[in-house]
Ligand binder design. Structure first.
Ligand code: B12
Ligand code: SF4
Length: 512
């Protein structure tokens, strides 16, 4: 038996009741190439619950270890996508390794791909890290595990491991050929019917290389999944799940020609794309199948967008901004909820840059309609080894929490005369220009039931016992029936915790 585990994440605000797409992709590929092998995907939050306290977390891990003792998997592959999961992932590896040193533990995802050296410096509990796309390396690792061979093999591309203090890197893996992508096999999940949201990637990679984004480390070129595979996958999803909301997981989504298929199978898609990629004139044609539209807008200041590497020159900037306005207006006309992602306090920003974003948000808001809109604005993180890090250290007046690869690395002073309090004040003002219509509320509630709530709100006494696993108020149950009950309470909770909703991200982190 092989386990693939999606660890829990402390960042609950963005929690989406969705299956772990990277693990299903990999596990389905391995299963289709090795039909005889037993594979199980564990989503800690969905299968065991979301711990609200340290006691809750200990209980969950105790149960997981008991299961591991019983099933004795030969190998466990763990996915670590966001930095928000990194600490937890390492703790989980150590827990499993201490419990049973014979289990082979391998990691993959964005975080290990970029920070494998830091992971190996921090812990000895990880046997191997897969750099980049995981399908082919995972297959090779599992083939070796199954015949008692050592997967630390120079012949498998895209691997890193540390032995006797030395780092070994095998040759760089080639991009995964998406013609060989397996159909998603939902039977590998424990509760395929429990997920409200169905993530799906029509393509992988992005050629833009914005300097705060990690995609370039993993897939610097965009490649499409063949249409035939998409069609089979989506039809299967419609047949074998109860959910009707597809969460588009492309780095750069452009597959608008697939919307007719979504229409025919009764699904709606929530997607994010670039402001200069979506043609506003197609919005009326896709409006009936579009659940929510998100734009990675980031800022209305030319100077900021240039520092981000989002726009090339003034002409590009003019198009970027005017197309954003056109998309927004078209979405409003067609009553599609819109989320505008923005970063506040980018390294080098002055108050003038923030002011431009504020004025722009005010202008956009004049077009508000029934679909509603949210300005999802957050502070800026400077992750080590990325281009934004190099930019930050090159600017003498920028102050940020230089707390290493496992930290949040928040920018506290973007430039000499701009302090963090001012950045927070702009964030609050811009967020407050959101138009949270009933349609927007329903859409967000469906996808992110805990959106912007502070972590302590999940322990509020107004939440009934049915929302907790076995009535244990230390562990939140994120399966269907609990979320159905919880969603009804959200308007009341939102009112009660209003002042927290535009606060810093750290307030929305689980305390365990
Ligand atoms: C969908 C998505 C989400 C969804 C997740 C829903 C879900 N459960 O699927 C939501 C909206 C919840 C979300 C939230 C956040 N996300 Co997000 N998200 C994505 C997105 C768009 C797609 C991820 C995906 O499914 N990709 C498709 C799969 C097939 O590719 P993959 O994940 O890279 O997996 C491959 C390899 O990495 C590798 N691999 C992965 N895991 C494993 C495991 C093993 C064992 C092996 C061998 C290999 C392996 O093999 C896979 C197949 O080839 C990515 C960007 C992108 N396009 O990938 C951002 C991205 C992952 N998110 C990101 C961020 C920052 C966040 C948030 C922190 C945002 C926030 N500020 O709150 C939160 C964190 C939430 C959390 N849980 O911690 C960043 C991560 C950067 C980082 N390291 O921190 C990304 C890269 C966006 C970006 N370009 O900056 N996200
Ligand atoms: S367009 Fe989006 S996915 Fe592409 S590099 Fe920029 S932020 Fe990343």
């Amino acid at each position: 038996m092989i386990f693939f585990i999606e660890p829990m994440s402390k960042s609950i605000s963005m929690y989406v009741p969705a299956y772990p797409l990277p693990l299903i992709e990999i596990a389905s590929f391995v299963q289709s190439n090795m039909p005889g092998i037993a594979i199980n995907i564990v989503s800690i939050s969905m299968d065991y619950g979301l711990p609200l306290t340290m006691e809750g977390k200990e209980q969950i891990y105790q149960e997981l270890l008991e299961e591991i003792s019983e099933i004795k998997p030969r190998g466990i592959g763990i996915s670590c996508t966001a930095i928000a999961q990194a600490e937890e992932t390492i703790q989980l590896c150590e827990l499993i390794k201490n419990h049973d040193p014979d289990i082979f533990i391998f990691l993959g995802g964005y975080f290990p791909t970029i920070y494998y050296e830091e992971i190996f410096s921090r812990t000895q509990a990880v046997d191997l890290i897969v750099i980049g796309e995981g399908e082919v390396p995972a297959l090779e690792i599992i083939k070796r595990l199954e015949c008692d061979k050592n997967p630390l093999d120079e012949n498998i591309p895209g691997l890193a491991w540390k032995k006797n203090g030395y780092m070994h890197l095998t040759k760089k893996g080639v991009r995964f050929d998406l013609n060989n992508k397996a159909l998603l096999n939902l039977e590998l999940l424990r509760y395929p019917l429990a997920y409200d949201i169905l993530p799906y990637a029509f393509s992988r990679g992005c050629p833009y290389h914005c300097n705060f984004c990690m995609e370039q480390f993993i897939r610097p070129i965009r490649k499409k999944v063949p249409s035939k595979i998409i069609q089979k996958d989506l039809r299967n999803l419609a047949l074998h799940t109860k959910a009707h909301t597809l969460l588009v997981s492309d780095a750069l989504f452009k597959s608008f020609n697939q919307f007719h298929l979504l229409r025919s199978i009764g699904m709606k898609a929530n997607f994010e794309t670039r402001c200069d990629v979506l043609d506003p004139s197609i919005i009326p044609e896709i409006a009936d199948v579009c659940g929510m539209l998100a734009l990675g807008f980031e800022s209305a200041s030319y100077s900021t967008l240039k520092r981000m590497g989002k726009v090339r020159d003034r002409d590009h900037y003019q198009y970027y901004v005017s197309n954003t306005i056109a998309i927004f207006k078209e979405a409003v006309k067609n009553q599609i909820p819109v989320t505008i992602f923005m970063i506040a306090g980018y390294p080098g920003d002055t108050e003038e840059d923030l002011e431009k974003s504020l004025i722009f948000a005010k202008e956009l808001s004049k077009n508000s309609g029934k679909g509603g809109h949210i300005f999802k604005i957050g502070e800026c993180n400077v992750y080590p080894k990325t281009k934004i890090y190099d930019l930050t250290v090159s600017l003498p007046d920028v102050v940020f929490d230089d707390d290493g690869v496992f930290g949040d690395n928040i920018v506290r002073q973007p430039s000499k005369n701009l302090d963090f309090e001012t950045v927070l004040a702009y964030m609050t003002e811009i967020f407050s220009l959101s138009n949270n219509t009933p349609k927007m509320q329903r859409t967000v509630l469906n996808m992110m039931p805990f959106f912007r709530l502070p972590a302590h709100a999940l322990s509020d006494e107004m939440i009934p016992d049915v929302c907790f696993r076995d009535n244990n108020r230390e562990i939140f149950d994120v399966q269907g029936k609990s979320l159905v009950a919880f969603r009804k309470l959200v308007p009341g909770l939102t009112k009660k915790y209003k002042k927290w909703m535009s606060a810093q991200r750290s307030d929305r982190t689980l305390q365990f």
